[in-house]
Design a protein around this ligand. Structure first.
Ligand code: MIG
Length: 753
């Protein structure tokens, strides 16, 4: 095996914003994207085009450096990079000289044949979070991971890899933080000192460049802000996609979908979305409808609409090999599919039988794919579920010799799903005009938040998966993906009644709340478990609808700063070691003000850790002083959730669908505190892009216990709120204060208490 370690610098030149350092083995290109983001690209192919699927920014900083005999030093207001010249090694410091992270002096960056690996010094008591959809503990220390998007059906809480690739992590030590994003799409590896006597962490890829972005912000939220500045942020989701979603593999006919939708209304269980899984198609041919079971898609969807439901339909990438099928004929004729090097179209088997696979890396193919959604959108579909895009083929081993354009599968596999989601988003957005599409994808790569939500794939109906789901959602949130769902109830297997109840309770606090299950599983709708459980599940779903004004504002926050909706406690309480303990690692903040402690369905009390500050149990307002552990009740009717002292949580009364405008009352809950706090309230029409032209309603809500006031600023934006009355509910104050029927118009509101 050919082995090379990055050796001494031979020349240093500046080319525009780029510093180019040459060694005998490679070139290192250094650019400053912003004061807190420095890119280092160690490449052996310096002439190759510099392209990225993830990064949407250019360097915003000019480059200045100092050079001595031993070192090159680049300083920004937020970071200092010291480059040792002999041999070439990179070390990042805070501006006041504290070491954040550096290469291992001995092994630095090296190559074994084409495989490139970077060895980095492990810092004292260093913790690691991130990497997106990865099983295991919140703290990634002592674990190793591979990125290779995989159809991981029947995965366990130990399976790696799963469906998605986010080669981004955050290191935490010595009260310091840094972020590291390896933008390389090949099969990649991350090892956090798993088996090396705690000497180093190591990361890299089978081929390509050691191309990374180093983030120096000194809060986790600041690093996420920078990472999502670099790779993009999600846009406002359609409001209906935040309502309750009911899925199943599959509701077999239009009539069955309508019957289930009608039952929600009969039982007064709020819901917004029904799904069609693969059986709505004719022989699993994408962009077709089964004539017998879905004879009149438009009439069917009109009936759903009349019940205030939206419909989401699934699409897979595999195009059935069958002459006369439009997508097949066009794709073959125009050469739109993945090929072998001799030009033959690759064939792999999936649901439709023998299939070709669109080359989503080409713009013309993406446009063609996107335009085909007319077949779904004309009758009224508004949500588009992208499955099997790892890409999956039966037996899970697409040959390495398959090509997309001039590149082989191993280089592009990890981004295939993202490009399918991109084509789906771009195409449906165009056809829908001013309406927001909802796109959901299973496979993803860094930056996918610009196009789509994700779900965590085929989980199982066990309590371990229930807890794992919370960690996956939280970890995806650290990696820029805020709009995430898990199959509530577990995809495979059948949950016990207790489990479905508990999982629905957690569903309220999951960014996308979708119940889904495997073919031939027991029916899973809320009324399938008897009256008592129906009442519990209805109450949870109602709570979700009550929380929508708060949740929508939390999504707005994500669109502005990347801060996710579900936040591992490591985001806000980064240097509190207890948040990483296995007992507490599943806990998270839901938005700014609520702390959620997921609990197994078999346990009716729970050990929870409340970080520093005061907390109130949601529902009872029982007060707890933070900074310690508590054992609390966790009945199936009430999984532990706590409001943070000072929390500001706007709610509404229950509606049966987000399409009902409701009773016009916004209910503002505030929990007492000794410290001032504020909250950004955001509202728009929930459906169009008019907010981009200023058609929104935004105001800040400031609670000042020192002044004894709550002030709601005058509204910004042109949108008239759907609420015209304000109700105020204060918790934990000396006198229970409950103010009714204040006017909620665009003017400033000042409440003194
Ligand atoms: O081979 O479309 O993860 O959610 O129900 C299985 C059928 C294909 C896998 C997805 C699952 C979906 C199922 N799909």
């Amino acid at each position: 095996m050919d082995f090379k370690i990055l050796g001494p610098s031979q020349s240093v030149v500046q080319q525009n914003n780029k510093l180019i350092i040459k060694t005998a083995e490679a070139e290192a290109h250094v650019t400053v994207y912003s004061p807190s983001i420095i890119r280092v690209n160690i490449t052996r192919q310096p002439a190759d085009a510099d392209e990225s699927f993830a990064v949407i920014r250019e360097p915003e900083n000019s480059l200045a450096y100092e050079e001595t005999d031993a070192e090159i030093i680049i300083k920004t207001t937020a970071l200092t990079l010291r480059v040792n010249k002999t041999p070439l090694r990179f070390a990042f410091y805070t501006p006041d000289g504290k070491l954040l992270s550096k290469d291992d002096d001995r092994f630095g960056t090296n190559w074994q044949n084409s495989r490139v690996i970077n060895y980095r010094e492990l810092q004292p008591e260093e913790h690691f979070i991130g990497l997106g959809e990865k099983v295991g503990n919140l703290n990634r220390r002592a674990s190793s991971f591979t990125n290779w998007n995989t159809d991981a059906s029947d995965h366990t809480p130990k399976t790696d890899p799963l469906y998605e690739t986010f080669p981004f992590f955050i290191g935490i030590h010595s009260e310091l933080t840094y972020g590291f994003f390896l933008d390389n799409t090949h099969k990649s590896y991350f090892d956090f000192a798993a088996s090396c006597d705690d000497q180093f962490i190591w990361l890299g890829a089978d081929d390509g460049d050691l191309n990374y972005y180093f983030f120096g912000a000194q809060t986790v939220a600041g690093i996420i802000d920078d990472y999502t500045w670099l790779t993009g942020r999600m846009e406002m989701p359609p409001l209906w996609s935040l309502g309750y979603q009911q899925c199943r593999w599959s509701y077999m006919s239009a009539q069955e979908v309508l019957d289930v939708a009608a039952k929600f209304r009969e039982h007064n269980v709020p819901a917004d979305v029904m799904y069609c899984d693969i059986d709505y198609m004719e022989g699993f041919k994408i962009f077709t409808w089964n004539n017998e079971t879905f004879p009149n898609p438009k009439a069917f969807i009109d009936k759903l609409k009349a019940m205030n439901f939206k419909l989401v339909t699934i699409v897979d990438p595999g195009i059935k090999v069958e002459e006369g099928y439009q997508q097949y004929d066009e794709g073959v004729e125009r050469g739109y599919f993945a090929t072998y090097p001799n030009g033959e179209n690759y064939i792999g088997e999936v649901w439709p039988g023998r299939c070709h696979f669109p080359d989503f890396f080409r713009e013309d193919v993406r446009e063609w794919w996107g335009a085909a959604f007319t077949a779904l959108i004309e009758p009224g579909v508004e949500g588009f579920w992208n499955d099997m895009n790892e890409p999956a083929v039966w037996n899970q081993n697409m040959p390495w010799i398959v090509k997309f354009g001039d590149k082989f599968m191993p280089e592009l596999r990890n981004v295939y799903g993202m490009q399918m989601a991109r084509a789906t988003y771009d195409g449906t957005r165009k056809i829908l005009g001013n309406k927001r599409p909802f796109v959901l994808t299973r496979a993803a790569y860094s930056g996918t938040q610009r196009y789509s939500a994700v779900w965590t794939g085929d989980n199982t109906a066990t309590d371990e998966h229930l807890l794992l789901g919370a960690r996956l959602v939280n970890s995806l949130g650290v990696s820029g993906m805020a709009f995430v769902g898990v199959d509530i109830g577990g995809f495979s297997g059948n949950p016990t009644p207790e489990m479905i109840v508990r999982w629905n309770n957690l569903g309220i606090y999951t960014p996308m709340y979708r119940n889904h299950s495997i073919k031939d599983s027991e029916f899973r709708e809320p009324w399938q478990y008897g009256e008592e459980n129906l009442n519990l599940i209805r109450k949870f779903i109602e709570d979700r609808y009550r929380l929508l004004p708060y949740l929508y504002s939390a999504f707005y926050q994500t669109t502005q700063s990347g801060l996710p909706v579900c936040r591992t406690l490591a985001i806000e309480y980064t240097h509190d070691k207890a948040v990483y303990y296995e007992d507490y690692q599943n806990q998270f903040l839901f938005g700014d003000g609520l702390l959620v402690a997921p609990v197994k369905s078999t346990e009716l009390t729970a050990k929870v850790y409340l970080p520093c500050g005061d907390w109130y149990r949601l529902g009872t307002d029982e007060k707890y002083t933070g900074g310690r552990e508590y054992v609390v009740d966790a009945p199936l009717s009430d999984m532990p959730v706590f409001a943070k002292a000072g929390a500001i949580v706007p709610m509404q009364n229950v509606t049966q669908s987000t399409q009902h405008s409701g009773d016009g009352t916004l209910i503002l809950h505030v929990w007492n505190s000794t410290e001032d706090n504020d909250f950004v309230y955001y509202e728009d029409d929930g459906n169009t892009y008019d907010y981009e032209a200023g058609n929104y309603h935004k105001r800040s809500i400031a609670f000042s216990p020192n002044e004894k006031t709550i002030k709601i600023s005058a509204a910004e934006g042109n949108y008239k709120s759907k609420y015209n009355l304000l109700e105020l509910v204060l918790h934990g104050f000396d006198d229970a204060i409950h103010l009714n029927k204040l006017n909620f118009n665009n003017d400033e509101i000042v409440i003194e208490y």
